[in-house]
Design a protein around this ligand. Structure first.
Ligand code: ADP
Ligand code: MG
Length: 367
C-alpha cells in the first residue's frame, strides 16, 4: 500500500506536450481514475508512475520517497493492460506463478499463492487449463491474478476492459473494484469511458490536452464541473452563453443569476464569478423539470418554451424545447413522462435544477 504523489509532472516529445504540469495526490488505498478523451495523456501519466517513461519534469513520490530514478521492477507495482498478454504456452497456474518464480520464491509458497489468487478471482479449479480454453473475461481475471500474486503496493490499470464486450465489461469492472477493496491496494485506473470511471472510482481526475481539468468525486465532477471541458465531456449538458447579472449566497453556496438572451437562470458558482463576467450556464436534460399547470415556484426563474420534438425511449422521454430561440433538451422519466407524450407543439414551463455557471474563455485565451 502506498500514497502516490505526482508533483508538476510534464512529458514532452519534441513539440508535443503529452503531459502538462500534472499534480495529483492519491491516498493509500484510494481508487483514482484518470478519465479523458483519447490522446489527453492518460497512458503517458500512468507509465510515468510505473517508471516505464521518464518525465521531462517533476517528481513522483511513493509514500513520500522520490522514485524518479527507481526502475519499474523495484517500484512494487502491478500493471494491467488492455491486452492482458497471458503466456499462451503456460497454464493458468503457471501464468499466475510467473512473477513469483522470477522473484525466486520457494515452490511451496508459489503453489499456495497461486491457489489463493485463483480463489480471489473466482477461478478455483482452472489452474491446469491453457489460456485458450478460457473466455475473454476469464483470461482478464487470470491477468489480474497474475498481477496481484506478487502483492504489489500500487495497482495500475490501462483501459483493461476496453477490448471486451459490454456485458463482460460491466461485470469485470465490479470485480476489479471488489478486488481492490478487499486487498486495500492503491489503484490508478485509466479509461476514456465515463460510466466505467463513475462506477468504480473514489475520485476521478479528468484530463484534457495533458492537463488535469478537475479532480473530484463523481458528484463533484457531475454536479459541480469547474471547467467548460468537464461540463461538456461528462454526461449530456445543455449549454447557454450569457453573463452574470447578480451574485448571492444561500446555505453557504455561492449562486449567480445568469442572463442568456431573454432567459434568466440561477446557477451554482464554484469560481468566484463577478457581475458582468461572461459565463456558460450548464444544465443537464435530466435536471429540467416540466412544471404542471398552476405550479408557481417562488423566487426561481421559469423558462417558457415550445415543445418541438418528443421522442419516446421507453424508460425516458426526450424533448426538444425552443426557449426564446435556444434549443433546450429535456429528459423526463417516471410516470410524468407518459402525461407529456402528446406535448409536441404545446407550450411548457421548465424549472432548471443544478445549473452550473462556468467562466467563458474566448478561444485560445486560456493559459
Ligand atoms: P491517452 O492514453 O490519453 O490516449 P497518451 O498518453 O497515449 O494519451 O498520449 C498523449 C499524447 O502524447 C498524444 O498526443 C500522443 O500522440 C503523444 N505521445 C504519446 N507517446 C508518444 C511518443 N512516444 N512520441 C511522441 N508522441 C507521443
Ligand atoms: Mg491510452
Amino acid at each position: 500500500m502506498a500514497r502516490v504523489e505526482l508533483i508538476d509532472i510534464s512529458k514532452r516529445y519534441g513539440q508535443t506536450i503529452a503531459v502538462d504540469r500534472v499534480n495529483l495526490d492519491i491516498a493509500e488505498g484510494e481508487f483514482v481514475t484518470l478519465l479523458g478523451p483519447s490522446g489527453c495523456g492518460k497512458t503517458t501519466t500512468l507509465r510515468i508512475i510505473a517508471g516505464l517513461i521518464e518525465p521531462s519534469e517533476g517528481e513522483i513520490r511513493f509514500d513520500g520517497q522520490v522514485v524518479n530514478h527507481v526502475p519499474p521492477h523495484k517500484r512494487n507495482i502491478g500493471f494491467v493492460f488492455q491486452s492482458h498478454a497471458l503466456f499462451p504456452h503456460l497454464t493458468v497456474a503457471e501464468n499466475i506463478a510467473f512473477g513469483l518464480k522470477i522473484k525466486r520464491r520457494p515452490k511451496s509458497e508459489v503453489q499456495r499463492r497461486v491457489e489463493e489468487m485463483l480463489e480471489l478471482v473466482n477461478l478455483r479449479g482452472f489452474g491446469s487449463r491453457m489460456p485458450s480454453q478460457l473466455s475473454g473475461g476469464q483470461q482478464q481475471r487470470v491477468a489480474l491474478a497474475r498481477v496481484l500474486a506478487t502483492d504489489p503496493q500500487v495497482l495500475l490499470f490501462d483501459e483493461p476492459l476496453s477490448a471486451l464486450d459490454r456485458n463482460l465489461r460491466d461485470q469485470l469492472k465490479y470485480s476489479i473494484l471488489e478486488l481492490q477493496r478487499r486487498t486495500k491496494k492503491t489503484a490508478i485506473y485509466v479509461t476514456h469511458d465515463q460510466s466505467e470511471a463513475f462506477a468504480i472510482s473514489d475520485r476521478i481526475c479528468v484530463m484534457n490536452h495533458g492537463r488535469v481539468e478537475q479532480v473530484g468525486t463523481q458528484l463533484d465532477i457531475y454536479l459541480r464541473p469547474r471547467t467548460e471541458f468537464v461540463a461538456n465531456f461528462v454526461g449530456d449538458n445543455n449549454v447557454l452563453a450569457g453573463s452574470v447579472v447578480r451574485v448571492w449566497e444561500r446555505d453557504g453556496q455561492r449562486l449567480v443569476g445568469v442572463r442568456a438572451g431573454a432567459l434568466e437562470l440561477h446557477a451554482v458558482d464554484t469560481q468566484g464569478l463577478q457581475p458582468g463576467e461572461s459565463v456558460l450556464a450548464f444544465v443537464r436534460p435530466e435536471n429540467i423539470e416540466v412544471l404542471g399547470d398552476g405550479i408557481v415556484p417562488e423566487d426561481e426563474p421559469i423558462l417558457d418554451g415550445l415543445v418541438e420534438q418528443v421522442v419516446f425511449e421507453g424508460p425516458t422521454v426526450r424533448f426538444l424545447v425552443d426557449v426564446g430561440g435556444s434549443p433546450v433538451r429535456v429528459t423526463a422519466s417516471g410516470p410524468q413522462r407518459l402525461t407529456l407524450l402528446g406535448s409536441a407543439g404545446r407550450r411548457v414551463r421548465l424549472r432548471c435544477h443544478a445549473v452550473v455557471a462556468v467562466r467563458h474563455h474566448e478561444a485560445g485565451a486560456r493559459t
